[in-house]
Design a protein around this ligand. Structure first.
Ligand SMILES: NC(=O)C1=CN([C@@H]2O[C@H](COP(=O)(O)OP(=O)(O)OC[C@H]3O[C@@H](n4cnc5c(N)ncnc54)[C@H](O)[C@@H]3O)[C@@H](O)[C@H]2O)C=CC1
Ligand SMILES: CC(=O)C(=O)O
Ligand SMILES: [Mg+2]
Length: 700
């Protein structure tokens, strides 16, 4: 039973003192009122009144507010009472004139309290889900502001030898740029997205990896304007109604993370919200989703990161992660809630730790429109890079079945890529056993062999190498494996940083003319090797593709391209294609189509130079190509249902798209298929629209 004492306010008088009758009524009715214990005199009066009325019961709280116990002294004994930590000294009653609800309250500077909104206020003003779960006091808020005022985040990072990203090379200037762009995004989304679209190649590394990694690490500290929705395990049983707190009736895409494995940075809990925001920025800029129709989400089920649990600025739930059935139930409720409100929404699962990533994907992919970016998006991207690498060597895609791969990392991303490459080999005629024999997979304990017995899960078992085979035992390190096997491809999805020594890269290059070197871990300092090292130790012969961007390298006077093998090439187009044709599911066929479409985006003259992923300056064309392939595949599988999109695809299939190309069209446009032009036309373009009638001619 919650006991909240009806003290009031403005003249610092307890209501009970002036209106004993009211107090009695309250006692009888058990009406809940806001507790206020603003000053010691009032607190002691409260205490005596409570005690006097025989109410010195320990007011146990059935809700989950973070309270701090306060001992209130009375002359004849001690009475315990509780009040909110940091509750303001001068109580301001909830302004009854407030008629706004939800985001309007957060956007109203007169009444906004941000993370200091009490649970009851969040409930009453429809704010649940719009703020991180942790309630902080105004004192904590002011401390954070003053800290930030005295020492800006990027300034501090620059000086902090313990800031892992800055010490690994992320420049404070990038952080400044991130803060600046985020500020614009909070004020004017049209401007923000125009700037991002027009300068995508330059700015992707700021709003996305690597800088977004830093933004996630510091998300709570930098928290200013709430974006997206914050579901937490505390919301169990209420998620559908909380979904209705979001102002938009139309949401096309959701990116959700539980923050358990953000890039290669580990468990960042609620701070993982930064990655959902960053990914959806790319949905808008790269694929033309409307910014008002995308929804970044975090599912806060706690964190196992001790540093965060001890951090007073951390805004997520200060508890260890939910596990097992309890966790799955919360995720089920989240999916059901967002699907109930937005039945056609596509859900992208992002940065879930391996333990749950595939489990969740299997749980939902057969019934809901969803995909896992780290498993499926990464796999499609890596395969496209391998195909393009073969093309760069003037070899057919079918040669993939003759390539040998050493892969560091057996998590959801690593195994997702391996399974996908196997699938591609099977498409080109290899049988599953033969395909699996092309892989040597290492995890944190080194080469995985049959010596590990039953410790493998279903997926990895078939890839365990025979113990002692090729002269390699279980646990062999990457250098030994590469030296013995001499593979054509070295892939890294370990998140372990620079684990490929010069000797490893040299051994790789000794075995093959053009080694494919793919250190795909993020952010930059988690990459298994740098572009410079790859160039130097492979003597400029390798084709390099990393997860986060590296500058091109000049080696002996020759410019070697540094490709970026990142799922950003796939997820925007994949989601766009699925949305535009209103597919019911995301199938393997659609993902394979995305891979092949991406590989086809390269120009032959770039391939020759070793540029195996297309430049990002015209990222929308890439997304349109990927989306078109995804739509055609969905249509061929009979799961595309949008009438207009289906009509365009049917028309395209009848091969009568010539008449669509008007004279004087851009040269680029002529090269596009009818469906690609249709897709580009559907994209949101960030430009100001008149908000009031302007008579013709007046504007000038
Ligand atoms: N480029 C891209 O588009 C993408 C990159 N990634 C990156 O892949 C990395 C891994 O992601 P997950 O699989 O989800 O993580 P995870 O933590 O589940 O898996 C990491 C795997 O690497 C292994 N590992 C750790 N240290 C190792 C070492 N020294 N040598 C060999 N293996 C080692 C672990 O045993 C585990 O199997 C992250 O850094 C992430 O940023 C993930 C998705 C997309
Ligand atoms: C790129 C990405 O999704 C990751 O590193 O997790
Ligand atoms: Mg990811």
């Amino acid at each position: 039973m919650i006991r909240r004492f009806p003290f009031v306010s403005r003249n610092q008088q307890p209501l009970s003192a002036r209106h004993p009758a009211l107090l009695q009524r309250w006692e009888k009715s058990k009406i809940s009122c806001a507790l206020w214990a603003p000053s010691s005199s009032v607190r002691s009066l409260a205490a005596s009144t409570i005690a006097g009325n025989g109410s010195d019961d320990d007011p146990s709280l059935s809700d989950n507010r973070q309270l701090e116990r306060v001992d209130v002294q009375r002359s004849d004994g001690e009475v315990r009472w509780r009040y909110y930590k940091g509750f303001p000294d001068r109580h301001q009653e909830l302004p009854t004139y407030v008629r706004q609800l939800g985001p309007a309250v957060l956007a109203n500077p007169h009444i906004n309290k941000g993370t200091a909104f009490l649970w009851s206020e969040r409930e009453r003003f429809h704010l649940r889900g719009l703020l991180p779960a942790r309630m902080v006091s105004m004192e904590d808020q002011t401390d954070r502001v003053v800290e930030e005022f005295r020492e800006g985040a990027w300034d501090k990072a620059a000086r902090d030898p313990n800031d892992e990203m800055v010490s690994a090379g992320l420049t404070p200037d990038n952080i400044r740029k991130w803060e600046y762009l985020t500020g614009i995004q909070g004020q004017n989304e049209t401007l923000y997205y125009r700037v991002l679209l027009d300068n995508f190649e330059e700015m992707a590394s700021v709003v996305y990896t690597p800088t977004v990694g830093w933004a996630c690490l510091n998300f709570s500290r930098m928290f200013r304007v709430a974006r997206g929705m914050y579901f937490s395990s505390r919301d169990k049983g209420h998620m559908v109604s909380i979904a209705y707190n979001w102002p938009s009736h139309e949401v096309d895409a959701i990116v959700v993370t539980d923050g358990s494995r953000i890039l290669g940075l580990g468990d960042l809990g609620m701070n993982g919200m930064g990655i959902s925001i960053g990914k959806l920025d790319l949905y808008v800029a790269a694929a033309g989703f409307h910014p008002a129709r995308v929804l970044p989400c975090v599912m806060d089920v706690g964190t196992n990161n001790d540093k965060l649990l001890e951090d007073k600025n951390y805004l997520g739930l200060s508890q260890r992660r939910l596990e097992g059935e309890e966790y799955l139930q919360v995720m089920d409720e989240f999916v059901a809630a967002v699907k109930a409100r937005w039945p056609k929404v596509i859900i992208q699962f992002e940065d879930f730790r391996t333990e749950y990533a595939s489990k969740l994907l299997e749980r939902y992919r057969h019934h809901h429109l969803c995909f896992n970016d780290d498993i499926q998006g990464t796999a499609a991207t890596a395969l496209a890079g391998i195909y393009a690498g073969l093309a760069a060597m003037d070899k057919p895609y079918s040669d993939i079945r003759h390539l040998r791969f050493v892969v560091c990392g057996a998590g959801s991303a690593g195994m997702g890529v391996v399974l996908w490459l196997c699938k591609a080999m099977e498409r080109h005629g290899a049988d599953p056993e033969e395909a699996a024999r092309n892989f040597w997979i290492l995890d944190a304990d080194g080469l995985m062999t049959t010596a590990r017995g039953d410790s493998f899960d279903e997926t990895t078992r078939r890839f365990a190498r025979p113990e002692g085979g090729d002269g390699l035992n279980d646990g062999a390190n990457v250098e030994e494996v590469v030296t013995k096997i001499r593979p054509e491809v070295l892939l890294g999805l370990s998140g372990a940083g620079r684990i490929w020594s010069p000797e490893t890269i040299t051994a790789l290059a000794e075995g093959t003319e053009r080694p494919l070197i793919f250190p795909m871990s993020n952010p930059s300092h988690k990459s298994e090797c740098s572009a410079e090292d790859a160039a130097k130790y492979a003597e400029g012969r390798g084709i390099f593709a990393s997860g986060s961007p590296f500058d091109d390298v000049t080696y002996k006077g020759k410019v070697l391209p540094s490709n970026q093998s990142n799922n950003l090439y796939v997820f925007p187009g994949l989601a766009l294609g699925a949305k535009l044709c209103q597919a019911t599911l995301v199938t393997d066929g659609m993902i394979m189509a995305a891979s092949e479409a991406l590989a086809s985006c390269n120009h032959p003259e770039d391939l020759v130079k070793g540029r195996i992923y297309p430049g990002l300056s015209d990222v929308r064309s890439i997304s349109a190509r990927v989306a078109a392939a995804v739509m055609r595949q969905a249509h061929s599988e009979g799961i595309a249902s949008h009438p207009k999109a289906v009509a365009v695809m049917d028309r395209e299939a009848r091969d009568d798209d010539d008449d669509e190309q008007a004279d004087g069209e851009e040269e680029d446009d002529k090269k596009r298929t009818l469906l690609e032009r249709y897709i580009l036309n559907q994209m949101y373009y960030p430009a100001y629209t008149p908000l009031a009638y302007v008579p013709p001619g007046v504007l000038e």
